[in-house]
Design a protein around this ligand. Structure first.
Ligand code: UDP
Ligand code: MG
Length: 136
């Protein structure tokens, strides 16, 4: 049975800075994702703090928000069967050093903080995160 879902993907500043967006978008397309919407934006630190609010209490929160607002990013609305889980699989582990061969973070990630992509971790959070960037 099909279970079409949508999820949010972000190509983070370290990857945009290295001009990897076309390669990463091809990874999504080659793995059956449709890119329904996309835009290149540069968010403020305050917006990054709002987006990553769930991590507010973590020691890395401040650096994470500084980083996400440090340069342009590409936000994408992806669609696929089981898109949330499939995107998490294609991204690989948070730490690129632990990510599986062939995953985006393994191929392009520099470090646990500069790990090239964000992906929603549940259907519920995907809705919230898609609204955050795409609700007009
Ligand atoms: N992060 C970090 N240090 C850590 C853990 C996470 O800088 O020790 C950053 C990293 O960029 C990660 C983001 O915080 O992608 C959000 O963390 P999360 O645990 O949600 O990982 P993800 O869902 O992105 O795999
Ligand atoms: Mg997460």
């Amino acid at each position: 049975m099909s279970n079409i879902e949508q999820t949010l993907s972000i190509i983070k500043p370290d990857a945009v800075e290295r001009n990897l967006q076309d390669q990463i978008k091809n990874d999504f397309k080659n793995n059956g994702f449709k890119i329904l919407k996309e835009k290149k934006i540069h968010i403020t630190k305050e917006e990054a703090e709002k987006f990553y609010k769930v991590h507010e209490s973590k020691p890395f929160y401040n650096d994470l928000c500084t980083y996400l607002s440090s340069g342009p990013i590409i936000v994408m609305n992806l669609e696929k069967d089981n898109a949330v889980l499939e995107n998490r699989k294609l991204m690989g582990s948070t730490n690129p050093k632990e990510a599986e061969e062939g995953t985006i973070r393994k191929k392009y990630g520099i470090s646990i903080d500069k790990n090239s992509v964000h992906g929603s971790d549940s259907v519920e959070n995907a809705k919230i995160e898609l609204d955050f960037f795409f609700k007009s």
